[in-house]
Design a protein around this ligand. Structure first.
Ligand code: 13P
Length: 251
């Protein structure tokens, strides 16, 4: 199982900036990428094709989308279909990112619909889960993660290829705040996710990668990567510069 080092650029970068950062990143990392690591760049839709082209020759590099709509085409103004993402040269997509859940109001059920649809359409899907600070303070971490995982995976078949499904644990209170979750908090949450995956997918649950996201930086990445059941990272702010993200990828 290769570790996945993912850069979520969110709503940042022009076409020119995205292409330049991707090219710079590939040049910095390519010769130094560990054999057991993969790099994933998740730019805005507008830059998917440009970034895919920029890293097409770089071994171990992949491109993904931040979202998609669970239909193959039709009257869904403003939305993007999995086939259109694949057409751009991207192979991954996020579902259930906390900003989609909490800023755009996506429900657990809709996230589940998208996760199953994306996998069925040939995308590799990264299902994001994570509790808010008030939920953690109220002792509800297990309850929230369980609810999000049950709904998020409800329509995913039990014989799902574990290589195409990834789960990202991103505590909402650690996203963009500089406040990284502590090692014990990460280990506990990832163990919980792993156990849920085992219940649903049996032995294959152990082959599904679990990423940590939330204020990952070059300085804290190596420690986070060393923790049990951490199979990669999903990075926002510190992934926007090639210098900083290359340091994370090679940490
Ligand atoms: P930050 O790394 O900026 O905290 O963002 C994490 C995130 O939301 C990645 O998807």
């Amino acid at each position: 199982m290769k570790k996945l080092m993912a850069a979520n650029w969110k709503m940042n970068k022009t076409l020119a900036e995205a292409g330049a950062t991707a090219t710079d990143l590939a040049a910095r990392v390519e010769q130094r990428l560990a054999a057991d690591r993969e790099v994933l760049i998740i730019p805005p839709f507008t830059a998917l094709a440009a970034v895919a082209k920029a890293v097409s020759g770089a071994a171990g590099f992949f491109v993904g989308a931040q979202d998609f709509y669970p239909k193959d085409k039709g009257a869904f103004t403003g939305e993007i279909a999995p086939a259109q993402i694949l057409d751009c040269g991207a192979v991954y997509a996020l579902t259930g990112h906390s900003e989609r859940r909490h800023v755009l109001g996506e429900t657990d059920a809709f996230v589940g619909q998208k996760t199953a649809y994306g996998l069925g359409s040939g995308l590799k899907v990264i299902l994001c889960v994570g509790e808010r600070i008030e939920e953690r303070r109220a002792g509800k971490v297990e309850e929230v993660l369980t609810r999000q995982l049950l709904a998020g995976l409800a329509d995913v078949p039990r014989d799902q290829d574990p290589e195409n499904l990834v789960v990202a644990y991103e505590p909402v209170w650690a996203i963009g705040t500089g406040e990284v979750a502590g090692p014990a908090e990460i280990v506990e949450a990832h163990a919980l996710v792993r156990s849920r995956l085992g219940r649903k997918f049996g032995a294959n649950g152990g082959k599904i990668r679990i990423l940590y996201g939330g204020s990952v930086k070059p300085e804290n990445c190596a420690e986070i990567m060393s923790l049990d059941n951490v199979d990669g990272v999903l990075v926002g702010g510190a992934s926007l510069s090639a210098e900083s993200f290359s340091a994370i990828v090679t940490a």
